[in-house]
Design a protein around this ligand. Structure first.
Ligand SMILES: [Ca+2]
Ligand SMILES: [Ca+2]
Ligand SMILES: [Ca+2]
Ligand SMILES: [Ca+2]
Length: 266
């Protein structure tokens, strides 16, 4: 009888399904994050985030706001800099050597990596790829036995709306529409050249703040940073540095202002 009942009652009515409103969720997340930042503080002694009890300085007074537009929706990423770092500022196309801990607003830790780990910013959530560009790497100190460590690394906390994280799908151990907190360090930066064509990935964009993942000169579905022949002229990009000076932007055989490696007819 139970089985029959459950079959009957599991019939769903399609009209009950709401269409997900990403713009509204972005507003809701911002309200949630601001409330969190106003009611919590960073305890320098233990590095933890705690609820304000005795007039401690709220996180809201310490964070910087980064405005990010994605799919025509405006987001606010909140960044707390504990240490700005000293050496190399990464772009969203580079790889970072990091340690991190990720948690939900209720302090549930869903992921933590305390060993140094290389991660390509092209392959991570937007909250990360934008967030890391607020920090610089540290200084690598190499011991006599060739072991090494980093000093004065970038260190901080990212407060990320769900739309710049795992959105309304969530993932294992992250519920749908969950804003996330990441405590991060930035120790080293690798200027990436994903397709090994000689042109650094961060230069394979349109405009200064372009997104490497969407810039596709020849429109073959492979973005330039992964395409070994960016203009689709049959000549590898690597072979289009005609004067061989290591700069692909100053070779322009037909003088039309478009460098050879992006110019299909030269
Ligand atoms: Ca490249
Ligand atoms: Ca392409
Ligand atoms: Ca080419
Ligand atoms: Ca040209």
């Amino acid at each position: 009888m139970l089985a029959v009942s459950s079959v009957i009652f599991s019939c769903s009515n399609d009209n009950d399904k709401e269409v997900f409103d990403a713009a509204q969720q972005a507003l809701d997340d911002d309200t949630t994050l601001i409330e969190y930042l106003q009611t919590h503080y960073l305890n320098e002694a233990d590095g933890g985030i705690w609820t304000i009890r005795n007039g401690e300085t709220p996180l809201m007074d310490q964070v910087e706001t980064q405005n990010i537009t994605k799919d025509d929706i405006d987001y606010k990423l909140y960044v707390l800099k504990q240490n700005e770092g000293t050496t190399v500022l990464p772009t969203r196309a580079d790889s970072v050597l990091t340690t991190y801990t990720g948690m939900l607003l209720d302090s549930t830790v869903f992921d933590s990596r305390l060993n140094l780990t290389w991660l390509p910013l092209t392959d991570v959530i937007d909250g990360w790829s934008y967030g890391f560009t607020n920090f610089k790497s540290g200084t690598k100190i190499i011991n006599e036995d060739e072991s090494f460590y980093y000093e004065n690394s970038g260190k901080g906390i990212l407060f990320i709306p769900s739309g710049l994280a795992y959105g309304n799908l969530g993932r294992t151990s992250i519920p749908p529409n969950a804003p996330l907190i990441f405590q991060i360090t930035l120790n080293d930066v690798k200027i990436a050249d994903h397709d090994n064509d000689g042109v650094a990935s961060y230069l394979e964009v349109e405009g200064i703040n372009g997104d490497v993942r969407t810039y596709d000169t020849d429109g073959d579905g492979i973005p330039n940073y992964l395409d070994v022949d960016d203009d689709g002229d049959g000549k590898l990009t690597r072979d289009e540095d005609t004067n061989g000076n290591g700069d692909w932007f100053d070779d322009d055989a037909d003088g039309d202002g478009i460098p050879d490696f992006l110019d299909k007819d030269s």
